[in-house]
Write a protein that binds this ligand. Structure first.
Ligand code: ADP
Ligand code: MG
Length: 424
């Protein structure tokens, strides 16, 4: 079962690696490489030269145990490998190469030093903290999980092999650091997400404003001749009632053009909402009276259930008529072979009016769900793809919600939830 919640233009977008994003990752990798080597060698100079010299008066010099100087050779080999990877376009893998290779070298080194040696484990390298702190900088959940799990995993394995309780101090430290890093990463994510959605919304508004200006200008020009055309057709029909069966069809088609023009004029230039108390029963009855003829032709029955006496709601009744007209028309158009449309109206959460329109039609395919409400998205041969966009816009202006649940070949349920009392 598909369940979607249309909220303005919010639409999950595929993550596309744009040139700017690649540039950002390049900057992050560069910073990571610099800091990795600075931190790595500073720590070792401190551990093997400065501290022994000043504090303990011990012998200074390179590490003698474990892999000895080979560690530096191996760590330095990673640099040309990562540069080669960046050149080959595998920029996103560099950080993983470092974490995995570092861990491999470190575990081998630690095991050579401590296995069979009674001295206590001295803790890991400070560069591991850098790995954790870079999670929010790379803004990658995958990297966060890789680093956290592999570092903590490393200490658990070492703890089990060496049977040294000191290792567990490192586990606790990395658990805390990972938690902090996760909080930062989540904050970064949510901040970036809100920036992206603002950007999307602005882009869409801009696009709609241009289309809207064009549509409004053309619509305005079409509406006037259209209303004279309708007037004259009606006049002709009255004058010669028996001569032509096509007059009702002509009027119906003119009405259709009119409703398309109305929808078009709504884009980018929503009309001012005039809030007044209105009866939802009357609004729905009106829309049903308009759609009745088409429903009958297609063998569709409509069952309406209104729960008890319903309070009037604050709304622009003309706009709500347009909402329910669009939704009921969509339900009818989804059932070319007939069926039943169930309309349910009730008060929920005391202050909200809930209206559902359920059909037994073709349903909406998964791949189309995300496009619903986008201007001009239609799967119908003669559709305009404006109905749900206008509907969504009007419901948003009424501070309401629109939910759509759909199952292919079973039907669609559209829920509209509107506040009964409008508070700005
Ligand atoms: P149009 O009706 O002109 O195609 P809408 O914005 O009203 O434009 O609807 C967009 C698309 O959403 C439709 O083309 C259809 O694919 C899908 N849709 C909307 N409502 C329903 C429904 N009740 N059942 C099946 N598909 C629907
Ligand atoms: Mg429609």
């Amino acid at each position: 079962m598909n369940y979607i919640y249309i909220r303005g233009s919010n639409k999950m977008k595929e993550c596309i690696k744009s040139p700017q994003l690649i540039l950002e990752e390049k900057k992050a990798v560069k910073l990571f490489l610099w800091l990795f080597y600075i931190v790595y060698f500073s720590f070792d100079i401190l551990a093997y030269y400065l501290l022994p010299n000043t504090l303990k008066n011990e012998k200074i010099g390179n590490p003698q145990e474990g892999l000895g100087n080979w560690i530096y050779v191996l760590i330095m080999i990673l640099l040309p490998i990562s540069i080669w990877m960046i050149k080959k376009g595998n920029l996103y893998l560099v950080k993983y190469v470092y974490i995995y290779c570092y861990l491999l070298i470190d575990v081998i080194n630690t095991l050579i030093i401590y296995i069979g040696n009674p001295k206590h484990y001295m803790g890991g390298h400070i560069v591991e903290v850098l790995f954790v702190l870079f999670c929010p900088i790379f803004v990658s959940k995958k990297y966060f999980w890789t680093v956290s799990l592999s570092l903590i995993g490393k200490y658990i394995v070492l703890g089990l092999i060496l049977r040294d309780p000191q290792v567990f101090i490192s586990i606790v430290i990395y658990l805390i650091l990972s938690a902090i890093s996760n909080v930062m990463l989540t904050r970064f994510y949510s901040y970036i997400k809100s920036l992206t959605s603002i950007h999307d919304e602005l882009l869409k508004k801009e696009k709609l404003a241009v289309i809207g200006q064009m549509a409004a200008a053309i619509g305005h020009e079409i509406r006037n001749p259209l209303s004279s055309l309708k007037g004259f057709t009606q006049l002709q029909q009255e004058r010669y009632p028996n001569t032509n069966d096509f007059y009702p069809i002509m009027i119906q088609e003119i009405d259709r053009i009119n409703s398309i023009v109305n929808d078009l004029m709504y884009i980018g230039k929503p009309r001012a909402v005039k809030f007044e108390k209105a009866s939802i029963e009357e609004i729905i009855a009106y829309t049903l009276s308009i759609t009745q003829q088409q429903a009958e032709i297609q063998g569709i029955t409509v069952e309406t259930t209104m729960a008890g006496p319903l309070p009037p709601i604050d709304c622009d009744s003309n706009q709500l008529k347009q909402v329910f007209l669009n939704l009921i028309k969509n339900a009818i158009e989804a059932m070319p072979d007939g069926g039943c449309i169930k309309i349910n109206v009730k008060v929920v959460e005391k202050q909200k009016m809930y209206i559902s329109i359920q059909d037994e039609g073709c349903g909406i395919k998964d791949e189309n769900i995300l496009n619903l409400g986008e201007p001009f998205f239609t799967t119908k041969e003669d559709g305009t793809g404006l109905g749900l966009m206008v509907t969504n816009q009007i419901i948003k202006e009424h501070l309401g919600k629109l939910n759509i649940k759909s199952e292919v070949e079973k039907g669609t349920k559209v829920e509209v939830i509107l506040p009964i009392i409008h508070r700005k």
